[in-house]
Write a protein that binds this ligand. Structure first.
Ligand SMILES: [Zn+2]
Length: 252
């Protein structure tokens, strides 16, 4: 068989070489993780994406169909075997193609622990959505109706918060979160129902910095699943915990 990778990727300039160095940006080898709302794997599944007669290695997020969007992140994977489902990526470089899209190149070790490549297979709650953010913002709460900021408010019982001190409506009161700290390499969209009308959410692959908290949050009916998980990459591992676990154990 002719190498399909050679055929497809040959015209693409490799950023590990001269072109990349010219921009002062080396393509380092990072650890790769996969996170499904609280569940962390130290590898990511590379699937086979069919382009004509070729089966090309790629990490895909989201899904195909109306109201949905499949995000495709090409992977250069020399020993890729489309016949098996055991093509995993543990380390990779990030390259930018001339199209402006990113691709990953399989590597055999971690060279730079300042960032990690993370595949977020974040689900959505029933008839709900999801979000990827940074840590809780110390600025506390704001009201999406009267636009006032209220600082930290105490929960009444359990996880329930009082209403906006001005409007009195709890539904308008939202906690502020810092923006998602990672650089997004590709985005996809999952959904429920015809044309995604019942609910939809994002799945992403991102380059996430070390020692910075990030979070996945689900809305909709969760059937007992925690709505939010907080994470931190310490250079080697990713720790996942709920807010209560972070508080109880004094974690990050
Ligand atoms: Zn208000």
């Amino acid at each position: 068989m002719i190498s399909c990778q050679g055929l497809i990727f040959a015209p693409v300039p490799t950023l590990t070489g001269r072109k990349n160095r010219a921009r002062g940006k080396e393509a380092y080898m990072y650890k790769v993780f996969e996170i499904e709302h609280g569940n962390v794997e130290e590898k990511a599944l590379v699937s086979s994406y069919k382009v004509g007669e070729f089966e090309l290695p790629a990490i895909t997020v989201g899904e195909t169909g109306r109201g949905r969007e499949l995000g495709i992140l090409a992977v250069e994977y020399p020993d890729f075997n489309p016949k098996t489902s055991f093509n995993y990526l543990k380390f990779a470089r990030v390259e930018k193609l001339s199209s402006g899209k990113f691709r990953l190149v399989k590597a055999d070790k971690q060279e730079d622990d300042s960032k990690a490549i993370i595949v977020f297979r974040t689900p959505i709650g029933f008839r709900g959505s999801n979000e990827h953010t940074g840590d809780r913002n110390p600025a506390g709460f704001y009201c999406s109706s009267c636009k006032k900021e209220w600082g930290e408010l105490k929960p009444e019982e359990g996880d329930r918060y009082p209403g906006c001190p001005q409007c009195g409506l709890a539904t308008f009161l939202k906690r502020k979160f810092l923006p998602f700290p990672g650089e997004i390499l590709v985005k996809g969209k999952i959904a429920q129902g015809d044309a995604g009308r019942m609910g939809s959410g994002q799945q992403i692959v991102a380059l996430v910095p070390k020692d910075v908290v990030f979070r996945t949050n689900l809305s909709g009916r969760l059937y007992g699943k925690p709505s939010a998980f907080y994470y931190i990459f310490n250079g080697q591992k990713i720790l996942a915990a709920t807010w209560d676990e972070r508080q109880a154990f004094g974690l990050f």
